[in-house]
Design a binder for this molecule. Structure first.
Ligand SMILES: C[S@@+](CC[C@H](N)C(=O)[O-])C[C@H]1O[C@@H](n2cnc3c(N)ncnc32)[C@H](O)[C@@H]1O
Length: 239
């Protein structure tokens, strides 16, 4: 008989295999990348087995980071690496199930000797559920899979239950940045954040959402311009 625990092990996540626009596999890794994945990834990986809403992410870093920032779906890792280099006193956790992206992140961390990034090569929601209350200062959701067909909207990351989880793990005043170049997903996300009692949209003028914020790092997906509108940047604060 297959138990829920077996299911979790076989999928690597309690949420089951992740449906994503990206590939979880990709091109075969080079010998060097494979070596880094075998030797460095285990040292960088977040292991929160047996933690249910109790893990303190400060434990992942040497010394106490000023803040902990969390990126969901870092793709090719441009944003994660750029933010970590621009903010050396912050501890970063990046989540991405796409192996080629993880290999890129590990390689860049090694080449640039970046000390302040830890990785989870699976579904971000696993880690979020393991984190203690009010343990994150900032969350980035940059160009998430748009699932633009109406019948696929239920697969979108931004859902009321997900916002409840985000609200639990964020400190009061903690920030969330959501970016997309799909108009319907921008409207969808804004509506759900505004319906949540836990978040407020911090924009005060149109340029706050239609111009990339000063601290933004351009992502690979963003440069592809695959969406149906210009990139929209929605910044929220936990109330
Ligand atoms: C459209 S891509 C954008 C990648 C990157 N943020 C960028 O802007 O270039 C969305 C990424 O989110 C990842 N993803 C989707 N659902 C996820 C989840 N629940 N946890 C972590 N990553 C996820 C996918 O594997 C994919 O690489």
């Amino acid at each position: 008989m297959t138990t829920p625990e077996d299911e979790k092990k076989s999928n690597g996540s309690e949420f089951g295999p992740l449906r994503t626009f990206g590939r979880t596999g990709g091109r075969p890794l080079s010998t060097r990348q494979q070596k880094l994945m075998d030797e460095l990834l285990p040292k960088l990986s977040v292991n929160i087995n047996d933690h249910i809403a109790s893990f303190d992410p400060n434990e992942l870093f040497e010394g106490k980071p000023k803040e902990i920032w969390f990126e969901i779906g870092f793709g090719g890792a441009e944003h994660l690496i750029g933010q970590a280099q621009n903010n050396p006193d912050i501890g970063f956790i990046g989540c991405e199930p796409f192996l080629e992206g993880v290999a890129k992140a590990v390689t860049l961390i090694w080449e640039n000797e970046i000390p302040n990034i830890r990785l989870h090569a699976y579904d971000a929601r696993d880690i979020l559920n393991g984190l203690a209350d009010q343990s994150l200062d900032r969350v980035f959701i940059m160009f998430p899979d748009p699932w633009h067909k109406t019948k696929h909207h239920k697969r979108r990351l931004i859902q009321p239950e997900f916002l409840e989880t985000l609200s639990r793990v964020l400190k009061p005043g903690g920030k969330v940045r959501f970016a997309t170049d799909w108009a319907n997903y921008a409207d969808w996300a804004l509506e759900r954040f505004e319906q949540s009692p836990h978040f407020e949209w911090t924009a005060t003028k149109a340029d706050d959402w239609r111009i990339p914020p000063a601290d933004h790092v351009t992502t690979r997906y963003q440069t592809k311009g695959l969406g149906d509108c210009k990139p929209v940047f929605l910044d929220f604060a936990k109330i």
